[in-house]
Write a protein that binds this ligand. Structure first.
Ligand SMILES: *Cc1c(COP(=O)(O)O)cnc(C)c1O
Length: 223
């Protein structure tokens, strides 16, 4: 049975996306809602699918590998890796994910490319020392983007970032604005930014993908 609260929470998240888009004159159709199911069982993906979600985000290759057989029958899904990818997990990652949002080095890109499987990738950018531990230095982006574009099986679409955590969504704004600037400079159109607490600010700053976990599935237990 579908988690009875999920439909309501999904409606509320969609409403938040629509009103934020409306406030800044954007088409909500240009904003992907990526449902982040990390730590939750495969049932969360099945339930989300039933309610029309097709894009799911997972942080850990191993965790998703364990859920993958339960969701193998769902047609038209796209799974996005949004957590740091260790080089020894690349083979598994290209099998399991259609999008890898966390490429942060040319070496990692070359390793992914070597499997010969088409994968969409984004570059994860580290914009603050106190933010996520991984991600490319903004200064390295032009060279990194060139290196990824030279990989024949990888399709580079955009940038992704995780700003330092804050209760106040406004604290995320300068990071989101900076990511947009960097994407423009790098010739990239997709911006994966904004989570449960700051998706409105991210949309105002140009997000094309918001990654939402807690607001859809509730609080996570520690992994
Ligand atoms: C967990 C996670 C999310 C979702 O965060 P919520 O605050 O639960 O919406 C989004 N992006 C990344 C990279 C995450 O690790």
């Amino acid at each position: 049975m579908i988690d009875p609260g999920l439909a309501d929470r999904l409606a509320r998240v969609r409403e938040r996306i629509h009103s934020a888009a409306a406030r800044c004159g954007r088409d909500p159709g240009g904003i992907l809602l990526l449902a982040v199911t990390k730590v939750f069982p495969a049932q969360a993906i099945l339930d989300g699918y039933e309610l029309g979600l097709r894009d799911f985000g997972e942080n850990y290759v191993q965790e998703f590998a364990e859920k993958a057989s339960s969701v193998a029958d769902l047609a038209g899904t796209r799974y996005h890796l949004i957590g740091h990818l260790q080089s020894n997990k690349c083979a598994r990652a290209v099998e399991l994910f259609q999008v890898i949002q966390t490429v942060d080095s040319a070496k990692l890109a070359a390793r992914l490319d070597a499997f010969g499987k088409p994968v969409e990738v984004m570059l994860e950018v580290k914009l603050a020392p106190e933010g996520s531990k991984t991600g490319a230095d903004p200064a390295d982006l032009p060279a990194l983007a060139d290196a990824v574009r030279a990989c024949s099986h990888l399709r580079l679409t955009g940038l992704m970032t995780v700003p330092p955590w804050s209760e106040d969504a406004e604290h995320s704004r300068p990071y989101f604005a900076r990511l947009r600037e960097l994407a423009e400079k790098t010739g990239l159109s997709e911006l994966s930014m904004g989570m449960s607490n700051d998706l409105e600010v991210a949309i105002e700053e140009g997000a094309t993908c918001v990654r939402v976990g807690t607001a859809l599935f509730g609080k996570r237990k520690k992994p």
